[in-house]
Design a protein around this ligand. Sequence first.
Ligand code: HAS
Ligand code: CU
Length: 547
Amino acid sequence: MINNTSINKDDSSLVMAHMWVAFVSLFVGGLMGLLQTLVRSGTLTLPFGIGYYQILTVHGVILALVLTTFFIIGFQFSLMSKTVGMSNKQRDSAWFGFWIMLFGTVTTAVTILLGKASVLYTFYAPLKAYPTFYIGLALVVVGSWIGCFTNFRQLYVWKKKHKGEKSPLLAFMVVINMLLWFIATLGVAATVLIQFIPWSLGMVDTINVLVSRTLFWYFGHPLVYFWLLPAYMAWYAIIPKIIGGKIFSDSLARLSFVLFLMFSIPVGFHHQLTEPGIDPVWKFIQVVLTFMVIIPSLLTAFSMFATFEITGRKKGYTGLFGWIKGLPWKDVRFFAPMVGMIAFIPAGTGGIINASNQMNQVVHNTIWVTGHFHLTVGTTVILTFFGISYWLIPALTGRKLTAKINTLGLIQTIVWAFGMSIMSGSMHIAGLLGAPRRSSYSTYGGTEQASEWIGYQIGQAIGGSILFIGIILMVYIFINMVFLAPKGHEEFPLAEVSDDAEPTPMFLENWKLWIGITVALILFAYTIPFIDIIQHSPPGSPGFDML
Ligand code: HAS
Ligand code: CU
């Protein structure tokens, strides 16, 4: 039986610590985003010698790497605590991981703020940062591994006590996401420890650029699913409860997570399609695998539509689309993630365009790609995270989500969707017109082509300013839910599986099989091209500082 009471006090403090870092990051990172769009449109010149690439690096690292990782790990601890429980020892190790991640974050952030690491969040070689940038990032990864192993241990202990039972759905999902994260971060850990740190310390003079980028994207693609899967956890197993329905199918949800584990890693080359030095045959193979990883998202879309329709019909709404009216549009816990889902339709379509080899030649390195990821992670994922916060934070702080904050949340969601449509829409169009990404304001010598972009750059600044209002609203909502809202009880909405669903087959819990296939696919997709890259590399490159 599912229990919807709040989680215990000690676990709440642990989760809240993660939430604090996430929301402070939202504010700092969002402010940098605003400054960027203003610089890019020629509206603002940065004072005090602050560089455009410096703020761009803060923005990317703080939002894409810090906010996400802390929110996700915190949220996942709350799910594990609810479903399989957390012992004192496990909580201690979770705290230990948290402090290491925080220390790493501060180390990296200070390095960037001092202007010693304006290398963007992808830290592409041969751009070179001061060593503490990489050391800090490595610590964040190590801290997150402690989180991984704590979660693995939590499920293991539960399974030992519940022999023969299938693991709770959300615990299963968390463990898949952490397995994905662990296997993926091995790549970034390898390049940081073996290549970047010795190089930035001056122990070696050069770096093998292609090897570093390949190891980065081995990590960088699954990274985006590490962001997406917690949103999917909420869509599959929490939203049904909020809308007064049940989970459409436990097996389908698990299957889609297993497919993500298998197919999200051996696809990194779709970020390197224009990179010389990788055999086109292997690029083709990884593009095919990329199309495989679209399937679990389509399964998810199907499952969500089914949940919405069945729930609506049970409430008595008829007609082909009558069920849409049956959804609780005025409940922000539903509305925010729902807007995220709707955004994922164009966002995912853009992803499919990116992954198509020929079309990638058009969009790669243009601001179209920036538009793509502001829709995916910057809308779908973050709006779902906001949607989670509306019940999770009050449940943790023992307060109520008041009607006023609910309404403010609805406004926040609309502001966000509106601002993002303008900003991301302009980015997509400007990208198709050839406008580059990762560049500060330039008139490109007054060329005709560049003059076509300027209107869209102003569009980005307008969208970005609206988004910043959205950030201020969200930060206020957070503060309200932590300090100001009246004391009370907010439920932890875990959904139950529909009675009509078939029982979940036990083979879905065959961890050895899934991990085995995952490793086999990675070895298949990467071994030969990687040997090739190493054998045929040009001489290593010296470092370039972006100051
Ligand atoms: Fe991507 C670049 C391909 C998904 C994030 N992506 C990026 C970068 C980021 C990113 C950050 O192949 C830039 C990295 C950098 O700095 O260079 N992406 C894909 C593909 C997918 C995809 C095929 N991306 C994501 C997600 C992200 C993300 C998710 C973050 C969370 N992406 C690429 C490629 C590049 C790339 C290339 C490199 C481009 C280049 O050249 O540099 C797929 O996973 C997408 C599948 C999704 C769908 C949508 C399913 C729809 C659903 C919603 C249903 C709605 C409902 C509501 C139920 C097919 C599930 C309906 C209700 C009503 C009432 C209507
Ligand atoms: Cu990717």
